[in-house]
Design a protein around this ligand. Structure first.
Ligand SMILES: *[C@@H]1O[C@H](CO)[C@@H](O)[C@H](O)[C@H]1NC(C)=O
Length: 177
């Protein structure tokens, strides 16, 4: 009687099935991670910003809630550094705005030297209340900077980004509380 399937063909089919199976598992896990980011971001005040910034980090695909919180705080940090650099540029180009710009420089130094390190260290140690306080303070500092220009702010966009990313980070930390 003829063998219905030669051993080589059998192992080929076997290998193919294994590949299909592992691809399936891979897709299923990517699917569930996308769902975690979307689930988390729906609990924040700015879903679009939350999802689009987190997706720029490849590590977000495998991160847990705490990991996503750390990433969001890092995003606040990056945006705050950009804003402080912009403030330094404006101090040279717009001396008439020196006073409100100095005020903002103080606020952004507080974000970068106190609020962000506090938020990250507290996340690391599991002191989520302190971490939330850090992100809330960062949102407040950005708002204070903006308000102090009394309507003629050259930093409106950057202040909103820092405020909104901080508020999103705060909401993610809130989930851990
Ligand atoms: C989300 O954040 C972006 C960037 O700061 C802002 O332009 C947009 O208006 C925000 N959306 C909401 C619903 O707050």
């Amino acid at each position: 009687m003829k063998n219905p399937m030669s051993p080589t063909l059998f192992s080929l089919v076997h290998a193919l099935l294994l590949i299909i199976f592992s691809l399936f598992i891979h897709c299923a896990s990517v699917q569930s991670d996308a769902t975690l980011i979307e689930y988390i971001c729906k609990k924040t005040p700015n879903y679009t910003l939350c999802v689009s910034f987190l997706y720029t980090y490849p590590e977000s695909a495998t991160a847990d809630v705490k990991g996503l919180a750390v990433m969001m705080v890092r995003i606040v940090q990056a945006k705050a550094i950009m804003t402080l650099n912009k403030i330094k540029e404006l101090l040279e180009s717009s001396p008439e705005l020196m006073l409100p710009l100095f005020y903002c420089a103080k606020k952004y130094n507080a974000i970068l030297r106190a609020d962000i390190p506090e938020a990250i260290e507290a996340l690391d140690k599991g002191f989520y209340k302190f971490s939330k306080a850090g992100t809330d303070d960062a949102a407040t500092e950005a708002k204070l900077c903006e308000q102090n220009f009394h309507g003629k702010s050259p930093l409106t966009y950057m202040n909103s980004v820092v405020h909104d990313t901080s508020a999103v980070a705060s909401a993610i930390v809130q989930i851990l509380l």
